[in-house]
Design a binder for this molecule. Structure first.
Ligand code: F6R
Length: 602
């Protein structure tokens, strides 16, 4: 959450920072700001509430500067406003910073050092810059030493970039838990929360690690630890196709990403295939999983929902008992673990703070872990023992779609490979079955006009809605409900179909939309019965069924696929229903209110 950028070079810093912030807008979009300074020590600060487009309007185009820092915000401390937008400055305006993260001990720091200073904002960030100024003025420290001393005093998460108007040729940066990359160029250098922000300038990036400080000038990037020892770290090439970052002819990224799902399925089959045409994953992962007596899947939000499906895949193909946990709960209320646990972290971004705090704990206990993520080199990927990539391409819409289906497909591939190694599966079918899934997804996205009509009929004016299902369909119901509520703002519940009658059915009123997912033979009749119970009480019912289990009146019939993989296909119409519902309600589909894509605070 929150995105930061910095540039020091020879070109127009304003434009590079604004462009970078546009690419980071998925991380937060309630306010934004940039600070630029020129060699004559003149600094210019621009801040605005709302989107980067609003900030762009506010920036004085006549200002010339070739160094600066910028920020796009997802509010934690203090409401979204110009006053709370970053960058923040010290009282004298000599020091300026941007910050991504949460300072947990900001009140203690304020009381200890800054009691006499009138803060200008309600943010935790402002105390950092005031503290740096305080150390420079009171302790007579250099800017770099004051920066180091300040960050040592901080508890919490941060990625910070600092500028000093008395030394306009340098940007200082540091991080703890929140991600920060340094980008190398010829005669310029950059910093950013995500390589996407600066890929137009360079594809050479160096990771900054926790408890390090970077000194960034036009000509050099120096990383050192807190005791001043210089750290030599090679740059890596960020493989981001800038075309993947554009919407092309699509009105919203979400629609593009829904449409990309068949291609992602096919790409995964290519990436996880060996020379003999068999599905494969790193043998070390397989061996470690085989040695374990229980698998713990840890994730949040949509990734947690993918984990629920993953449990069914893993247990049915590998027979290893599997538990799925919401990361923000698991870390602080850890259940009794088995003797040989194996942890699987599922995270599109690989940066989710809730999941990372669990990984820190499981690492400390020495338990092996695998991260399933879309972002190579992300924090969770770096800090776990193994990584399996989603190969889904950048997912930019806040509502996750192609990452969810890619997560399930990767878990299906992993399960089959482990099941084969264990001798439980003789001839794998996933290669073929996921290929069929890709075709089924294609058939659904090719017929989206029909789903648009259903969205208008069922969801355009409703206040609340339900998705119901059993087994795999229940897991999809949870994801479908999350998708609908987060972008349409309709209060939606995903419910185990059989559980509705135990209380929640009281919420059904005349016209309440209830959408049943029916893809599992053994429980199809029961789910239909539960749907009838809601219909009898006035619900406006819809059925999404799988070919073979369909009935003539079903509104959406998905093609038949391996029932273990039905979630991959049945979720697609629900994604489209959410998309069109949000669109018809005039919402910003890609950037729903109150949300951000990469949730780097607990
Ligand atoms: C919803 C959504 C979120 C994320 C959750 C975890 O559409 O995207 O619920 O799934 O914030 O994020 P990752 O997967 O990056 O760990």
């Amino acid at each position: 959450m929150c995105g930061i950028v910095g540039y020091i070079g020879r070109k127009d810093a304003k434009e590079i920072l604004l462009h970078g912030l546009e690419k980071l807008e998925y991380r937060g979009y309630d306010s934004a700001g940039i600070y630029v300074q020129n060699k004559a020590h003149e600094g210019h600060l621009f801040k605005e509430k709302g989107r980067i487009a609003a900030l762009r309007e506010k920036v004085d185009t006549s200002v010339e500067a070739s160094a600066g820092i910028g920020h796009t915000r997802w509010a934690t401390h203090g409401a979204p406003s110009v006053r709370n937008a970053h960058p923040h400055q010290s009282a004298s305006e000599r020091f300026t910073i941007v910050h991504n993260g949460v300072i947990e001990n900001y009140q203690e720091v304020k009381d200890a050092y800054l009691a006499d200073i009138d803060l200008k904002s309600d943010t935790d960030t402002e105390i950092i810059v005031q503290l740096i100024a305080w150390f420079v003025e009171e302790d007579d420290l250099t800017t770099k030493d004051a920066f180091k001393k300040a960050i040592v005093a901080l508890e919490g998460s941060y990625a910070i970039a600092l500028m000093d108007s008395e030394d306009p040729d340098v940007i200082y940066a540091a991080k703890n838990k929140s991600p920060l990359l340094l980008g190398k160029g010829d005669g310029f250098n950059v910093i950013c929360s995500d390589a996407m922000a600066m890929i137009k300038e360079t594809d050479q990036f160096v990771e900054l690690m926790d408890k390090e400080v970077a000194t960034v000038t036009r000509e050099s990037l120096v990383i050192e630890d807190f005791s001043g020892d210089v750290i030599d770290r090679d740059a890596y090439t960020a493989e981001i196709d800038s075309d993947d970052l554009e919407k092309g002819t699509y009105p919203y990224y979400m629609l593009k990403e829904i449409d990309e799902q068949p291609a992602v399925m096919r790409k995964l089959l290519q990436k996880y295939q060996d020379d003999n045409g068999d599905l494969t994953v790193d043998q070390e992962i397989v061996d470690t999983m085989l040695e374990s007596d229980r698998i713990y899947i840890i994730a949040a939000g949509t990734s947690y929902h993918a984990g629920l499906v993953g449990k069914q895949l893993i247990e049915s193909m590998t027979h290893i008992p599997t538990e799925v946990h919401v990361s923000s709960e698991f870390g602080y209320h850890t259940p009794i673990l088995s003797e040989k646990p194996f942890f699987i972290f599922i995270s599109q971004s690989g940066e989710t703070a809730d999941s990372r705090q669990v990984l820190v704990k499981t690492n400390a206990l020495g338990h092996p872990s695998l991260t399933v993520t879309n972002v190579a080199g992300s924090t969770l990927s770096r800090e776990s023992n193994f990584t399996l990539l989603l190969h889904a391409g950048p997912e930019i819409a806040v509502a996750s779609t192609k990452a969810y289906t890619a997560q399930i497909a990767v878990l299906a591939i992993l399960s089959e490979v482990v099941g084969k190694s264990k001798g439980l599966i003789h001839k794998g079918t996933m290669l073929h079955d996921i290929g069929i899934v890709a075709n089924a997804m294609q058939a659904i996205v090719d017929d989206k006009e029909k789903i648009e009509e259903l969205a208008a009929e069922y969801l355009s004016i409703s206040r609340n809605a339900f998705y119901i299902g059993r087994g795999m369909d229940y897991h999809v119901a949870l994801e479908a409900a999350l998708k609908l509520k987060e972008i349409s703002y309709i209060q939606t519940e995903g419910f185990a179909a059989g559980e509705l009658k135990h209380g929640t059915i009281a919420l059904i009123e005349e016209g309440t939309p209830v959408i049943a997912l029916v893809t599992e033979k053994g429980v199809a009749g029961h789910t239909r019965g539960n749907l009838q119970e809601t219909k009898a009480r006035g619900a406006h019912t819809m059925v999404i069924s799988m070919d073979g289990l369909d009935r003539p009146d079903d509104q959406i019939v998905i093609p038949h696929v391996n029932p273990l993989l039905s979630a991959l296909v049945s979720v697609v119409p629900t994604q489209l229903l959410s998309y069109y519902c949000s669109l018809h309600r005039g919402n910003d589909v890609d950037k729903p209110r109150n949300l951000a894509k990469s949730v780097t605070v607990e």
